[in-house]
Design a protein around this ligand. Structure first.
Ligand code: UGA
Length: 446
């Protein structure tokens, strides 16, 4: 009989994983400790913007008309323990307040709450991003707390989904990595992922520490690639080169590749920034801090890109923001998401506001979250409204909608036709032809 699955924690990762498991044909019970989240999900609504997720949820959530009924939600660990054969732990691991290290309290509390309800053999699968060494510690804790003892097994199965592509990445992963301590866990996970494995997704079996390290090293590599191109942008600016052409040219080398070489205001979000910091902190604890000192530079280059954007904007409006109106296009940390956690766009907007600029922001999906985080900034219902009377327009999140803006129409409402592209995603020629001065990080002025 097919195993029954629970998913603990229903944020981006958990909500998507639960719906995807139901799509693969399993009976699924999602658990969260926040009752409002569970109420929303049970009603077929997703508490964040993620393309395709709400449709997938409604296709499976019990009680929804025409659904398969394979997906249900609860706030009860007792129910989860009773229901599941395989339990996926998908809670978040944010940065600790005032420290680089990762806050493991949600993971720890999920294990402490679930384990006492494991009265028959079960596999607990960690998906959260954790410091190396956590799985070994949690496996021991699990066996200690579970009534079934060592028949409560652990596996570590990091997740590589990107926000904005979460459904696709979960159903068709480019690789599946499982850290296991025994063959039984591997066999069970091969069964769970039979569909993607059948489609050709590589299935990589490792020990616990390697599985944990795969995740943090993958995110560190991505962060390094972005900071590399942003460092090249700084040099291009100094030497009057063009970083977009440079990225195109080096990207033709297959060993380098074209992806993740878009220069601009850098990376943000709930993952890359905190993951590289937690990785440095953990390496320090293990006495391997020298190996990761380069990540400190990756972090500084990234933060410097935001500061350079602010400088560029200040220069554009005559060296002081006082009395100047600044339109900001974009608030989410990346397009196709409403996530504003550590968003470079909002960070730039906030810095300009603090320096006396009158900032008005528009984002297709991130407005509500942005307003909650930065209630003192100005918000407008459309890009055109945000740009009205602006002395400079900043393009900070590369939504398709912004690429499709009509430079002539926007030019009618601004005070000055000055476009600063913080994502190197607009077509300079289109804007210049419509009478705008167009500037971007790492590109020639003219
Ligand atoms: C990232 C990883 O890409 C996922 O594989 C991983 O599973 C996830 O973190 C996680 O750990 O949960 P995500 O945070 O959704 O996914 O965002 P990315 O698409 O990686 O983008 C991160 C940031 O880098 C964004 O702010 C984006 O604007 C920026 N970026 C990306 C650039 O500045 N330049 C680029 O060329 C690419």
């Amino acid at each position: 009989m097919a195993p029954k699955i629970t998913v603990i924690g229903t944020g981006y990762l958990g909500a998507t994983h639960a719906a995807a498991m139901a799509e693969l044909g399993f009976e699924v019970l999602g658990l969260d400790v926040v009752p409002e989240k569970i109420e929303m999900l049970a009603a077929g609504r997703v508490p964040m913007y993620e393309p395709g997720l709400e449709e997938l949820l409604r296709k499976h959530v019990a009680g929804h008309e025409g659904s398969t009924g394979r997906l249900r939600f609860t706030t009860s660990y007792a129910e989860a323990g009773e229901f599941g054969d395989i339990h996926f732990v998908c809670v978040n691991t944010p940065q600790k307040h005032g420290e680089y290290a990762c806050d493991m309290s949600y993971v720890d509390s999920a294990f402490e709450s679930l384990a006492p309800h494991l009265t028959r053999p079960a596999l607990v699968v960690g998906k959260s991003t954790v410091p190396v060494g956590s799985a070994e510690r949690l496996a021991a804790r699990l066996a200690e707390l579970a009534p079934v003892g060592s028949d409560a097994e652990l596996a570590w199965n990091p997740e590589f989904l990107r926000e904005g592509f979460a459904v696709r990445d979960t159903l068709h992963p480019d690789r599946i990595v499982v850290g296991v301590a025994g063959e039984r866990a591997e066999k069970q996970l091969r069964e769970v992922y039979a569909a993607p494995i059948g489609e050709g997704s590589p299935f990589v079996v490792t020990d616990f520490p390697t599985a944990e390290l795969v995740k943090t090293s993958a995110n560190s590599f991505l962060a390094t690639k972005i900071s590399f191109i942003n460092a090249m942008a700084e040099v291009c600016e100094a030497g009057e080169g063009d970083v977009v052409k440079l990225a195109e040219a080096i990207g033709h080398d297959e060993r380098i590749g074209k992806k993740y070489l878009r220069a601009g205001i850098g990376f943000g979000g709930g993952c890359l920034p905190k993951d590289i910091r937690a990785f440095m902190a953990r390496a320090g604890e293990l006495g391997a801090d020298q190996a990761l000192t380069f990540l400190r530079e990756v972090d500084s280059i990234n933060m410097r890109s935001r500061a350079r954007m602010v400088e560029l904007a200040r220069e554009a409006v005559g060296d002081s923001f006082l009395g100047k109106r600044v339109a900001v296009l974009g608030a989410a940390f990346k397009p196709d998401s409403d996530d504003v956690r550590d968003s470079p766009a909002l960070n730039v907007a906030g810095q300009i506001h603090l320096q006396g600029g009158q900032v008005t922001i528009y984002d297709p999906k991130g407005m509500e979250n942005a307003r909650r985080l930065f209630p003192t900034l100005g918000y407008a219902p459309t890009a055109l409204d945000a740009a009205r009377g602006a002395d400079v327009v900043l393009h900070l999140t590369e939504w398709q909608e912004f690429r499709e803006l009509d430079p002539a129409a926007l030019g009618e409402v601004v005070a000055q036709r000055r476009m600063l592209d913080g994502r190197n995603a607009l077509d300079p020629e289109r804007w210049r032809e419509a009478g705008w001065t167009y500037r971007a990080l790492g590109r020639p002025r003219a």
